[in-house]
Write a protein that binds this ligand. Structure first.
Ligand SMILES: [Zn+2]
Length: 490
């Protein structure tokens, strides 16, 4: 604090009080799972330079050589230029990948280069942007510490998936959380633990002030928490590795109102959780993202008719959202998307695409829907969601209905995207709308207030008509009417 200058100004902890204990931590293995722009990399560089000044050689790893060069040019060189007492100690060499400081060396290396991994011994290793690095390379890099008496390891990264990379390391650590004492009621709160881990929930830890601005609130009394009055509290004190999780929730540089707004509107929950809240997050089970859906686009144009038999799924409402699929066994090709306004249009589509089976939602149950099904006997079925219908959907030829479990049916259509069973036509506005609708359904765990029983359900976070239409379309591809079950003696 006496000597270091950053970007021309004296080094200060103001607004970053949570960093003080991390700078002071001399443990031999420190893990930092961090949100974006909270000062983590600056800490890692300063720690590295400090180690060099103490005579320890440091290997600072980035995922790729390009990352190293960028980092050296944009972060390390300006820091040395800002601090004459450091640059004065640099001797001999000043290349992007190697700096000699005092009697020690700072090596900057890319993990993907095997040349970069070999031959250099060190006392301290830093893995920056760990989650972007190949996991196998890490073990190899750690070999470099074999001959050192110090063997210090620092790992830092934005988290990505749960139990992967930095999150895996954090889970093994003593798991420290920045915990704030409420000035009003005295209760201790760890903001990251209080923030909802899924979308669509009430955020009790960010509340509006009278003037419309937002503050970090005590969940017990709604009092305003002071970001600077905190302590790192470990969930597993005594574990040798010290793990810190840094969130923008307790950065004085980030407006809590902005975090709240992003929570409510984001279409990229993984990025929101990884970079803002600073926790690992998997969208695989809970929600698709638009990019994942669009990655299924082919070069095929959308077609207006088909000579092969197809299946169709229709979501009803003010408008009728239609998906037409060609079933090619393993792959289901979405060949037509449409928004039409009356059932006559559906009749026309039934003919143009030789639709052998159409599933249309049964609710609200209207004359128009029933009449449509009657006009296409054994081809059109009304779908009713039934929470008690588990496993296979129940088809009924007499009432031309199919009953299925809503969560399971939506699971199946998400799975078709994740497993790349679905092939989309070439990207165009209606296909983009389709992708938006697919990402609008988020899976959440709900608890019955009376019984405590938990179950998953999908909530709609935006228009999702095509998401239901494709769910019905895929339901139509499941052939269970072919034969009656045969009961025999074993
Ligand atoms: Zn309180």
């Amino acid at each position: 604090m006496r000597r270091i200058r950053l970007e021309g100004r004296p080094f200060r902890f103001e607004g970053h009080e949570y960093l003080r204990a991390i700078y002071d931590d001399t443990s031999s293995h420190v893990v930092l799972s961090k949100a974006a722009q909270i000062g983590g990399t600056t800490w890692a560089i300063l720690r590295s330079l400090h180690a060099c000044l103490s005579g320890l050689s440091v290997l600072y790893y980035f995922p790729t050589r390009t990352d190293v060069l960028d980092f050296s040019k944009s972060r390390v060189t300006p820091l040395l230029n800002d601090n004459a007492f450091l640059s004065k100690m640099m001797t001999e060499t000043d290349t992007a990948g190697l700096k000699r400081i005092g009697d020690a060396y700072l090596y900057l290396r890319g993990m993907q280069s095997t040349v970069g991994m070999k031959s250099v011994p060190g006392d301290m290793i830093v893995f920056d942007e760990l989650d972007e690095s190949p996991p196998a390379a890490k073990a190899m890099a750690k070999e470099r510490l074999a001959h050192s008496d110090y063997k210090r390891i620092i790992e830092l990264s934005n988290p990505s998936l749960p139990d992967y990379g930095i999150d895996e390391q954090f889970q093994k650590s003593d798991q420290r959380h920045w915990t704030l004492r409420c000035p009003s009621c005295g209760r201790w709160t760890a903001p990251v633990k209080e923030f909802p881990t899924k979308l669509g929930e009430e955020v009790r830890i960010i509340l509006p002030r009278g003037d419309g601005s937002f503050y970090l609130a005590c969940p017990a009394c709604e009092g305003e928490l002071d970001l600077a009055e905190g302590e790192w509290i470990a969930d597993f004190p005594g574990r040798p590795t010290h793990g810190y999780r840094i969130s923008q929730l307790f950065s004085a540089k980030v407006d809590p109102g902005e975090i709240l707004e992003e929570y409510r509107t984001t279409r990229f929950p993984d990025r929101f959780y990884n970079l803002k809240v600073g926790i690992a997050w998997a969208d695989r089970e809970r929600r698709l993202d638009v990019a994942a859906v669009l990655s299924l686009c082919s070069e095929a144009p959308m077609v207006e008719r088909s000579d092969h038999s197809c299946v169709m799924g229709v979501d009803t409402g003010k408008e009728l959202h239609v998906t037409v699929l060609r079933d090619e066994g393993e792959k289901k090709h979405l060949i037509h998307l449409a928004v039409v306004h009356d059932f006559g249009d559906l009749d026309a589509l039934m003919e143009r695409f030789h639709v052998r089976r159409c599933v249309i939602d049964g609710l609200p149950e209207t004359h128009a829907t029933r009449d449509f099904a009657r006009r296409h006997p054994r081809r059109a079925y009304l779908c009713f969601f039934n929470e008690h219908q588990r496993g296979k959907p129940k088809w009924d030829r007499d009432s031309f209905t199919v009953q299925t479990n809503r969560t399971e049916a939506l699971d199946a259509s998400r799975a078709a995207v994740r497993d790349k069973q679905l092939v989309l036509p070439r990207q165009q506005p209606i296909v983009e709308a389709f992708a938006q609708h697919m990402s609008a359904d988020a899976k959440i765990l709900v608890e019955d207030a009376d019984t405590g029983a938990k179950r998953y359900k999908y909530i709609r976070t935006g228009p999702d008509h095509f998401s239901l239409a494709i769910t019905y379309g895929l339901l139509a591809t499941t052939e269970t009417l072919k034969r009656a079950r045969v009961w025999g003696r074993r």
